[in-house]
Design a protein around this ligand. Structure first.
Ligand code: F6P
Length: 344
């Protein structure tokens, strides 16, 4: 009986008590994403729930180097769950990549008696955390926050759903003009290395073609399929171009198509840009951010280190930083086929 009790897996509360961590910190880094505030709120309140002090670090890694820390309480994160951007601000720090920058960061964290850090950001953020963990003894836990959805170890990143909804709303509006004027629009959406935004929003808005970095783009084939649409009485079309498309951005591709089109379509280009990064997070992003924030914080307090919290098949999973940043997230090929069939 006594042996059975010893083998019993400890509860999260027991593990947290055993670690007895007194103070941790949270920051946001890389491109801001809607839902980051909801995640900060979850981290701060989870710490308070477990009786742990929490500091907010301003401007990501840059703020660690500058010692820009502020006290956070459950009340300092009131009324932010619905706000886009990040109350802790965000930055991409080149200095943190240097030996001196990391040393200074470690010095400041130690001086503040920070025993662990929650990093909310994308792959650049976790690469930084991994490098730091190779040299210093302060554990990091990551939460994926980027509109690009390009992280291995989670089905969705915080901000992706909101960005998709923004993009779809914009495309719907452009579609009105495309239809009214019989035009061909090239719309460029974000996604430096990945086509997730383009693929999902393209299906949702009925785009005639979707060009993404994960697939090979052939301009002659694109012209042929637009031509085919023209012959079947399609008077307007929308081509979605992911920012990271290897052949070029929407402007270059529109130019190449125009040269081959013999004036058959009146062509216009729209680059959606940073409008995709702002705005109130959707319900899905708020819930995702809240769930990941709570579980990442509890993992940190329970003694876990250098892993990213993600959600796969509606379950929280943890992936180590190396895997999360080095593995490429595969695009779902079935979605490409679906978009092709539905644009017929
Ligand atoms: O990583 C998110 C992202 O929005 C990318 O899609 C885009 O390429 C990049 O950030 C833009 O970054 P910045 O705001 O620094 O120009």
């Amino acid at each position: 009986m006594a042996e059975k009790k010893e083998n019993k897996e400890k509860t999260i509360e027991e593990k947290i008590k055993e670690q007895n961590i007194k103070k941790v910190a949270v920051f946001t880094s890389g491109g801001d994403a809607p839902g980051m505030n909801a995640c900060i709120r979850a981290v701060v309140r989870t710490c308070s729930y477990h009786g742990v002090q929490i500091k907010g670090i301003m401007r990501g890694y840059a703020g660690i180097i500058d010692g820009d820390f502020k006290n956070m309480t459950p009340r300092s994160v009131s009324n932010i769950i619905q706000r886009g951007g990040t109350i802790l601000k965000s930055a991409r720090s080149e200095e943190f990549k240097t030996k001196e920058g990391m040393e200074q960061a470690y010095f400041n964290l130690k001086a503040e008696r920070i025993e662990g850090v929650i990093a909310i950001g994308g792959d650049g953020t976790f690469r930084g955390a991994y490098e730091f963990s190779q040299k210093y003894d302060i554990p990091f836990i990551g939460v994926p926050g980027t509109i690009d959805n390009d992280m291995f170890g989670t089905d969705f990143t915080i901000g992706y759903d909101t960005a998709l909804n923004t993009v779809v709303e914009c495309i719907d509006k452009i579609r009105d003009t495309a239809h009214a004027h019989d035009r061909l629009f090239f719309i460029e959406v974000m996604g430096r290395d990945a086509g997730f935004i383009a693929l999902y929003s393209g299906i949702a808005s009925g785009a005639e073609a979707i060009l993404i970095p994960e697939t090979e783009t052939n301009i002659d084939n694109l012209v042929e399929s637009l031509d085919y649409g023209w012959r079947r009485k399609k008077t307007s079309s929308i081509v979605l171009v992911a920012e990271g498309e290897e052949v070029g951005g929407a402007i270059e591709i529109a130019k190449m198509v125009k040269e081959r089109m013999n004036g058959r379509y009146d062509i216009r280009v729209t680059i959606l840009g940073h409008i995709q990064r702002g705005g109130a997070p959707t319900c899905n992003d708020r819930v995702l951010a809240s769930r990941l924030g709570v579980r990442a914080t509890e993992a940190l307090l329970a003694g876990e280190r250098n892993i990213m919290a993600g959600m796969i098949n509606n379950k929280i999973v943890f992936t180590d930083f190396v895997k999360a940043t080095k593995h490429n997230t595969e695009i779902n090929r079935d979605l490409l086929r679906i978009s092709e069939i539905l644009s017929y």
